[in-house]
Design a protein around this ligand. Structure first.
Ligand SMILES: Cc1cc2nc3c(=O)[nH]c(=O)nc-3n(C[C@H](O)[C@H](O)[C@H](O)COP(=O)(O)OP(=O)(O)OC[C@H]3O[C@@H](n4cnc5c(N)ncnc54)[C@H](O)[C@@H]3O)c2cc1C
Length: 392
């Protein structure tokens, strides 16, 4: 039997695989593109388990520019992804992101703010008095100030994923529910993929878009990626106090955050250094009770009285090298394209990254050069950190 041949195969059909396929088909509808996804229900895909927040508040210029492009695209995303007149329903809610900072981290926050403002971002500094006046649930003990980005916000990640997926298929991409067993290669050039069914598909380009499973897949092409799948939990609580106003997505200096679902219902999370590595999705209520609750009450005293509603867990693909995305062709394996290691901020990057990878595959000059995130930096041991050695 002759192998099916494609121009490009997306190994993993989460938001990165589907966004890249969309941009490929949009720019060149003659291309043969396959999206291979091992679970079309997306039960464990990070995309659908994410908090789906997007923010301009990064320190690295390219990360900010990726978010600026995301905002531009989100303005018309629902309409752009319409198939047969049915629009996507992203429900983008620009409630703003508020990053509170303590004295120790204030200089870093202000340096980031300056970069953002120089790039024209609508982000401002709030004093402790302004924080208290605007957000009465919060305490400003030990708080030096905050940065507030009014255009940041949250949305329905499933709607974004389905938007890209359905539109890519509409434009001609093929969606295949199957598991990629290995990326095949010969003499330093990718030749395609072999599925667990033993079927082989040929392609000059294979994108590793396997999210938390990326390291396993890259190994089949002889490539070691510094990426661990790490379980992150999100807990839902309802506080006793009636909350009438809409709070921004709020981050506290310890790394704990909350996002108001509606009224008095909040979801909250925090990354811990010893979060389990592996494919663990089992949440533990005690993580909230013993490791997060007191921290939260310290910053927002009204969280003292609450009802615990539940939790979910998903995987961060943690780039242990520098916490940033790893994008582009692997230097020693022609045709092996990477969209990996997004850690906690990949969902919002799907627009810029999808466009960039499609440009690299098509061999055209990228509109936004993301070469700073090339895997070459790992081989040269030149990490690009967001803040002082900070993994985000
Ligand atoms: C709790 C949580 C909160 C988050 N919050 C945010 C946030 O607020 N903002 C933000 O920007 N980011 C956030 N993230 C990160 C974000 O979810 C990810 O960076 C992003 O979704 C990665 O997309 P992806 O397509 O690479 O991965 P995924 O969505 O995981 O997609 C990868 C796909 O590949 C498939 N796959 C794997 N191996 C194979 C194989 N061998 N063959 C075929 N298919 C395969 C999987 O089934 C999966 O569907 C969060 C993540 C978590 C877990």
């Amino acid at each position: 039997m002759k192998n099916k041949t494609y121009d490009a195969i997306m190994a993993g059909g989460g938001v990165m695989g589907c966004a890249t396929a969309y941009y490929l088909m949009l720019e060149d509808p003659t291309l043969k593109v396959a999206i291979i996804e091992m679970d079309a229900t997306y039960e464990k895909s990070s995309t659908v388990l994410s908090d789906a927040n997007t923010r301009l508040q990064f320190n690295i210029k390219e990360n900010i520019e990726i978010s600026q492009y995301a905002l531009e695209k989100l303005a018309t995303f629902d309409k752009d992804m319409a198939v047969d007149g049915v629009k996507a329903k992203t429900a983008f809610r620009q409630e703003g992101n508020l990053f509170l900072t303590d004295a120790k981290n204030a200089a870093d926050a202000k340096a980031g703010l300056a970069v953002q403002q120089n790039l024209g971002c609508d982000v401002k500094w709030l004093t402790p008095e302004e924080i208290l006046a605007g957000y009465p649930l919060l305490s400003v003990d030990d708080i030096a100030g905050a940065t507030f980005g009014a255009l940041d916000g949250t949305m329905d990640p499933h709607a974004v994923l389905m938007g890209f997926k359905n539109k890519a298929i509409d434009l001609g991409a093929e969606f295949i529910e199957a598991e990629v067993a290995e990326i095949t290669h010969e003499a330093g050039q990718v030749t395609g993929v072999k599925l667990t069914s033993d079927e082989k598909l040929s392609a000059k380009y294979v994108l590793n878009s396997a999210g938390g499973w990326a390291t396993k897949l890259a190994k089949t092409a002889g490539v070691d990626l510094p990426i661990n799948p790490v379980m992150r939990q999100v807990h839902i609580v309802e506080i006793a106090e009636q909350v009438e106003m809409q709070y921004p997505f709020t981050f506290f200096p310890s790394g704990i955050y909350f996002s108001q679902e509606h009224g008095s219902r909040f979801m909250c999370g925090k990354s811990f250094d010893n979060d389990p590595i592996g494919f663990d999705f089992v949440t533990n209520r005690r993580t909230f009770e013993e490791r997060m609750w007191e921290d939260l009450v310290g910053h927002a005293p009204a969280f003292d009285r609450l009802k615990y509603i539940g939790a979910w867990a998903g995987l961060y693909a943690v780039n242990t090298f520098d916490g940033n995305a790893i994008l582009g062709e692997y230097p020693t394996m022609k045709g092996l394209m990477l969209a990996n290691g997004f850690s906690g901020h990949g969902f919002q990057q799907c627009h810029g990254v999808g466009r960039y990878l499609a440009e690299l595959i098509r061999g055209v000059f990228p509109v936004l050069n993301l070469g700073i995130f090339s895997p070459q930096r790992i081989l040269e041991n030149k990490p690009v950190f967001e803040g002082h050695g900070k993994l985000v």
